[in-house]
Write a protein that binds this ligand. Structure first.
Ligand code: FES
Length: 132
């Protein structure tokens, strides 16, 4: 079990080691492909803000946004409340949705991402910040 999301990324990157369920802070199992890939740095662009940030392998997207002084709305930091979700404009790679806020169909649609627990595996993602 991990105390916070950063700890999850650092200690539970192996598929079998990842926890499941909101009480652990690791909301859902990663997809088979994403699970086979260790967390890696990625780029995240915010056209509305004119910003592009790097998300470290041991950092959540929400943490990277906070470090970049993007005024985020959040609460649980465990993928439960959905307050940190941002609209996805585009992405390269595979999205790893780990929240329990969105339904399976919503996750499959890849239109929003909970920044506290989910991330992209691969090169980059572009997100909107209309309400930030
Ligand atoms: S802060 Fe609650 S889902 Fe991200």
């Amino acid at each position: 079990m991990c105390a916070d999301r950063s700890e999850c990324w650092r200690t539970q990157s192996e598929p079998g080691a990842r926890a499941d369920g909101p009480s652990t802070g690791c909301a859902s199992k990663p997809s088979a492909t994403a699970a086979a890939v260790r967390p890696s740095p990625s780029r995240c662009a915010f056209p509305r803000l004119g910003k592009e940030i790097s998300v470290g392998a041991n950092q959540t997207l929400l943490e990277a946004l906070e470090a970049a002084s993007v005024d985020m709305i959040f609460d649980c930091r465990r993928g439960e409340c959905g307050l940190c979700a941002l609209p996805i404009l585009s992405f390269e790679g595979e999205l790893d949705h780990r929240d329990v806020f969105f339904s399976a169909a919503e996750k499959a649609g890849n239109t929003k991402l909970c920044t506290c627990v989910s991330r992209v595996y691969g090169a980059s993602i572009t997100l909107d910040t209309a309400d930030r």
